[in-house]
Write a protein that binds this ligand. Structure first.
Ligand code: PLP
Length: 339
């Protein structure tokens, strides 16, 4: 069996580091979309609650309902709801969607400050406020998203400037149209650590909480620790004679007589198959032999339990992708154990 171990101490260590930047745990909104970046939605919601996190960000209403009891505040990023729920806030991503929200629904307005993905145009701000008022929605916050917070370019700065304008204008419009005090947020993990003095109402933190944030070296930060490790049990072992080949296509050929172990995990569990091409080795230096099968992978070792990886960033290098993809690829069916 493949199984995931979630390290509680590492998660709490990461929350401590994040809370220093946000100046308090109440300003951390933990991003739990996509099965909590593959960690397990309910497992991470429960750990977050234990760690004093009161806010969460998810993608769908279904995810929000599932974690409702763990948080005081939940922001849904993508879905327009059919009914309202007082703990859950919904995102307005497009000016033409405003009339589709149910009356009385608590909403947050997303503004495009340069990413050009979701959110209304800066020039549509007043029109959006009017439409929100006409639709009788409860506007609570205005927010944006950075496209390049993890790169040392000027982009983060000009998006921040654009959002500053949005904040000032929103405050004026909020008064004009009779909405209350608005909250503002713009930071994901990378952006949070670029602020010298963070002063927004919350930060939407995903990858940093899971301990896999990668930033350019010039941006110094304390050591985040990966929360998730993937393990697999051995199914069988055998002796391979020199010249014998292993697995589909017989891609690996034994250079000498050796003992090999076959472990119960593969791309069916969400481990990226392309890692095999790059000569994958486990954190303990045990070499993967040949191709990864759907539910089987062979290694040059035979211990009963194999640590497949303990840092998704390392796997991401082999797979030429980002840790987010490595993590969210892990199937929800894999057993999760908290230690
Ligand atoms: C996914 C997401 C985040 C979290 O990003 P990280 O880089 O994981 O911190 C924050 N905000 C929005 C809108 C997102 O979609």
């Amino acid at each position: 069996m493949a199984y995931i171990i979630l390290n509680k101490n590492n998660f709490f260590n990461n929350l401590d580091i994040i809370a220093k930047s946000t100046k308090g745990r109440d300003k951390i909104a933990l991003v739990l979309k996509d099965n909590a970046y593959g960690h397990g939605l309910l497992e991470m919601a429960s750990l977050a609650k234990e760690g004093g996190v009161k806010k969460a960000v998810v993608r769908t209403a279904k995810e929000a309902e599932a974690v409702c009891d763990f948080f005081e505040y939940i922001l849904v990023l993508a879905e327009i709801p059919l009914s309202k729920n007082d703990k859950i806030r919904y995102t307005i991503n497009d000016i033409n969607s405003i009339e589709r929200f149910p009356q009385g629904c608590r909403v947050e307005l997303k503004v495009d400050t340069g990413m050009h993905r979701n959110g209304i145009d800066i020039n549509e701000l007043e029109e959006a406020f009017v439409k929100i008022k006409d639709a009788k929605l409860v506007l609570e916050a205005v927010f944006t998203h950075h496209r390049s917070a993890d790169e040392l370019t000027s982009e983060w700065f000009w998006q921040k400037e654009n959002f500053k304008t949005v904040k000032e204008e929103s405050q004026r419009l909020s008064q004009k149209y009779g909405f209350g005090t608005l909250r503002f947020h713009s930071s994901n993990s990378a952006s949070l650590f670029r602020h010298e003095s963070f002063d927004e109402d919350m930060a939407r933190v995903g990858i940093a909480a899971y301990g896999c944030l990668e930033l350019p070296e010039a941006l110094h930060m304390e050591k985040l620790k990966p929360v998730l490790s993937l393990w697999a049990d051995k199914i069988s072992q055998r002796e391979l004679k020199v010249g014998e080949r292993v697995g589909y296509g017989g891609e690996y050929t034994a250079a000498s007589d050796c003992i090999i172990g076959n472990y119960e995990f593969g791309y069916g569990d969400g481990f990226l198959r392309c890692c095999a091409k790059e000569g994958y080795k486990t954190p303990e230096g045990i070499e993967l032999l040949g191709r990864i099968s759907m539910d089987n992978s062979t290694f040059a070792g035979c211990e009963e339990k194999l640590l497949v990886f303990s840092d998704a960033r390392v796997v991401a290098k082999y797979a030429k992708t980002i840790s987010y993809e490595v993590l969210t690829s892990l199937k929800p069916e894999i057993k999760r154990v908290v230690i």
